[in-house]
Design a protein around this ligand. Structure first.
Ligand code: ADP
Ligand code: MG
Length: 252
C-alpha cells in the first residue's frame, strides 16, 4: 500500500475530513500532511506593518517576510494543527520542509525568498512513519540562502511525487474546480492550464491547479476536494469520486 499525501487548506484546518485520519491509519496506510497558512501570515504581517504582495497567486517574499513566514508556518500554524490532530487521536509530529532537510528548493525568479522544490529527501518522513508518527510538514524548503517560502499546494505535490504516493488530496474550502457552481469531475494536466488561461480558475485556485497538474505528470493522481465534510477523505481513498480529479490519461 503506497502512502497518501494530504494538503490541508488554510481555512480548512482540523475537523471535517481530518476526522477520517485515525480510521485510515488503522488500515496501515502511511499518511503525510502538508499545510498552508497564507491568511494567518497576512494577518501577522499586517500587525507588524509589513506589506503583502502577490504575483500570479504567489507571495513576493523579501527576507523580512520570510522570517515572519517561518515563524507563522513552522511555528504557530504547524504546532496548532499538530495539537488539533493529536486531539483527534492522530500522533502528529510537526516538521518544516527544511528539517532533514526534506524539501530542497531553487529560488523562483523575481519573487525573493520563494522556492520551487527540486528534490525531496524522504528519510525524515520515513523515520517518523517508522516510529508511528504522522508527519505534518510546514511549507518551507532549503535553498542556497537558507529557508525559502514554498507554495503549500506545490510543496504537497512535490512531496507526493517524491514519496511515490498513491494519491494527493488537496483539501480546501470549495468542492473542487467549480464551473457554473458544480465541481468538474476529472481533468488532465493540459486542461488545468487551459482553465487558468481562460480565467475560470482565479486566486488560490491557480497554484492549486498547477500543483495538481505537476503531481499528475509525476504519476500521482490529485484530487481537489472539500475538507469540511467528515467521510470525504475515507471515501476518496476507497475510490469514491469526490471533488475534481486531475490525472494523466483516461480516468478509470
Ligand atoms: P486553500 O487554503 O485551500 O489553498 P485557496 O483560497 O488558496 O484555498 O484556494 C481556493 C479558493 O479558490 C476558493 O475558495 C475560491 O475562492 C477560489 N477559486 C477561484 N476560482 C475557482 C473555481 N473556478 N472553482 C473553485 N474555487 C475557485
Ligand atoms: Mg491556497
Amino acid at each position: 500500500m503506497k502512502p497518501v499525501v494530504v494538503k490541508i487548506g488554510g481555512s480548512a484546518l482540523a475537523g471535517g475530513a481530518l476526522e477520517d485520519l485515525p480510521g485510515i491509519l488503522e488500515t496501515g496506510r502511511e499518511v503525510a500532511l502538508v499545510h498552508g497558512g497564507g491568511p494567518r501570515l497576512t494577518r501577522t504581517l499586517d500587525a507588524l506593518g509589513i506589506p503583502t504582495k502577490f504575483h500570479v497567486g504567489l507571495r513576493v517574499t523579501d527576507t523580512e517576510t520570510l522570517e515572519v513566514a517561518e515563524m507563522v508556518f513552522a511555528g504557530s500554524v504547524n504546532k496548532a494543527l499538530s495539537r488539533e490532530l493529536g486531539a483527534l487521536g492522530v500522533p502528529a509530529a510537526g516538521i518544516s520542509g527544511t528539517d532533514g532537510p526534506t524539501l530542497l528548493v531553487e529560488p523562483v525568479r523575481d519573487l525573493g525568498r520563494v522556492g520551487e522544490v527540486t528534490r525531496v529527501e524522504p528519510r525524515l518522513i520515513e523515520a517518523l512513519w517508522a516510529g508511528g508518527f504522522v508527519p505534518v510538514v510546514a511549507p518551507l524548503g532549503l535553498g542556497p540562502e537558507g529557508a525559502y517560502n514554498v507554495n503549500a499546494d506545490a510543496a504537497a505535490a512535490a512531496l507526493a511525487v517524491g514519496l511515490g504516493a498513491e494519491h494527493l488530496f488537496l483539501l480546501t474550502d470549495v468542492d473542487g474546480l467549480l464551473k457554473e457552481g458544480k465541481a468538474i469531475p476529472a481533468l488532465t494536466p493540459e486542461e488545468c492550464e487551459g482553465y487558468v488561461e481562460d480565467g475560470l480558475a482565479a486566486g488560490g485556485m491557480v497554484p492549486k491547479l498547477r500543483a495538481a497538474a505537476e503531481a499528475a505528470r509525476g504519476g500521482v493522481g490529485a484530487r481537489i476536494m472539500n475538507g469540511n465534510r467528515k467521510g470525504a477523505l475515507a471515501g476518496a481513498i476507497a475510490g469514491e469520486e469526490v471533488g475534481t480529479l486531475i490525472s494523466e490519461g483516461v480516468v478509470a
